[in-house]
Design a protein around this ligand. Structure first.
Ligand SMILES: [Zn+2]
Ligand SMILES: [Zn+2]
Length: 165
């Protein structure tokens, strides 16, 4: 009983900025354990157990701050919801065109030379990004099960190349 009281008192007197720092630390730690590059909503769901009262808006604000602090990379792609990456070392990505999942490709970025690509006149280039696009194992397996009749065919095959059957 005493312990619970002490804990509650501690929570109440804890300065607001400390609570916010703790929230961001939990977000960052969770982000770094997830290999899927979650969206803000997915990260929100993943931290619910530890931070049951945190709102999606706070998650967005904290992510923005972490991006500005250089601790998190925001992955934006036309027509897709932004995803967040806690891995700071340079690396490449593979993106699933159906479910939007993003996976890391553990290669040294120097493995691909950007030297041969001529930048448009007047540009000051800081670096380059490489993204492989296709279909992830989960989407491919759903597609295979549809083809074999286990799942209903919705007529939206991933591709119709004969070598993939
Ligand atoms: Zn997928
Ligand atoms: Zn990544």
């Amino acid at each position: 009983m005493l312990l619970i009281k002490a804990y509650m008192n501690d929570k109440q007197t804890q300065p607001r900025f400390q609570r916010r720092t703790a929230q961001r630390e939990i977000m960052l730690r969770t982000l770094r354990t997830l290999a899927t590059h979650p969206t803000a909503a997915e990260l929100h769901a993943a931290i619910r157990a530890e931070l049951p009262t945190i709102s999606l808006g706070t998650v967005y604000r904290n992510l923005d701050l972490l991006v500005r602090m250089g601790q998190v990379t925001k992955l934006e792609s036309l027509g897709n919801e932004a995803r967040y990456d806690g891995m700071l070392e340079p690396h490449y990505h593979a993106r699933c065109l159906r479910c939007g999942r993003v996976d890391d490709i553990p290669v040294r970025t120097s493995a691909v030379s950007a030297d041969r690509i001529k930048a448009p006149k007047g540009y000051h280039i800081l670096g380059h990004r490489l993204e492989l696009v296709g279909f992830c194992p989960a989407c491919r397996s759903t597609d295979r099960r549809k083809r074999s009749g286990i799942l209903p065919d919705t007529g939206e095959d991933l591709d119709n190349r004969s070598d993939n059957r």
